[in-house]
Design a protein around this ligand. Structure first.
Ligand code: ATP
Ligand code: MG
Length: 251
């Protein structure tokens, strides 16, 4: 797997911004409009780009530029108003809600800035809940995932009994428990102090080295610099940063 990923990355031509042949995520003219009582907002405007398997991409841009909208769509939590979105070779727009739930559980792990842990479940139970939605629970595996993020001795704590950094590490354990090929992180270190940011960055580095594709929204230049490529957003428009190159508009 890792060899295959390395070959894919070696094949990236910095001038070739779309690699549909080996893309694990591919957007073509993807638009997301929101219609509210205040009128229509075009949160994402005809975005077209690809991400190859094993890439680590940082999504950057000012507040309100459409980063979470983009990541929610890649994570199949939301659907485009227009355009085509392919994840791992599947056109997700054509899937039923039930198939999409299954697909998401198999393919995607989420790490959110606000953690979204269930407050009345322990760290261990929060991780086991992700197993339950995927297939079946396995306490030993869930404990091992918590150990992997350095929380073996906090497994029975409730989220309110954990520090912010520890809660975020539970989220990482929850995201990786079903071994999804794609990890989506929306401001994974946004609520963390420097020490915990380093720990979470280290975990993401490990997961990337193991071959996971990582798409990470971040405001932090240091975190963004860990990624191989930057996709910048401005007012819903996408600009791409091929490895070693300048940022160029996609449309
Ligand atoms: N449900 C909604 N209804 C109407 N407008 C929305 C909705 N959700 C988001 N928006 C608008 O879409 C735009 C993009 O929002 P989004 O949350 O993607 O921004 P963001 O780049 O993630 O910002 P931040 O860095 O503050 O998290 C914003 O202008 C926002 O006001
Ligand atoms: Mg956001």
């Amino acid at each position: 797997m890792i060899m295959m990923v390395k070959e894919n990355l070696a094949m990236i031509n910095p001038n070739d911004l779309t690699r549909p042949d080996c893309a694990v995520i591919s957007l073509k003219e993807v638009t997301r409009d929101y219609s509210g009582h205040a009128g229509k907002v075009c949160a994402l405007n005809a975005a077209s780009f690809s991400i190859v398997a094993g890439e680590w991409v940082a999504i950057t841009g000012p507040s309100g530029s459409g980063k979470s909208t983009l990541v929610n769509m890649i994570g199949c939590l939301d659907r485009p108003t227009q355009g085509a979105l392919m994840i791992d070779g599947v056109d997700v727009a054509s899937m039923s809600a039930t198939d999409l739930d299954r697909f998401r559980a198999d393919k995607i792990g989420f790490i959110f800035q606000q953690f979204h842990l269930i407050p009345y479940l322990s760290a261990l139970e929060n991780v086991m809940l992700a197993q339950y939605f995927h297939s079946m629970t396995d306490e030993k595996e869930a404990r091992a995932a918590l150990e992997r993020v350095g929380l073996g001795n906090r497994a029975d704590h409730l989220p309110s009994e954990l520090s912010g950094g520890e809660q975020q590490r539970v989220c990482v354990a929850r995201a990786l428990i079903n071994n999804p090929p794609i990890l989506l992180a929306d401001e994974p270190t946004g609520n963390l102090d420097e020490a915990n940011q380093k720990i979470v960055a280290g975990l993401l580095k490990d997961l990337h080295a193991q071959g996971h594709t990582i798409v990470m929204v971040t405001h932090d230049p240091e975190m963004a610099s860990l990624a191989q490529r930057r996709i910048a957003l401005s007012h819903g428009k996408v600009f791409c940063h091929p490895v070693g190159g300048a940022i160029v508009p996609i449309r």
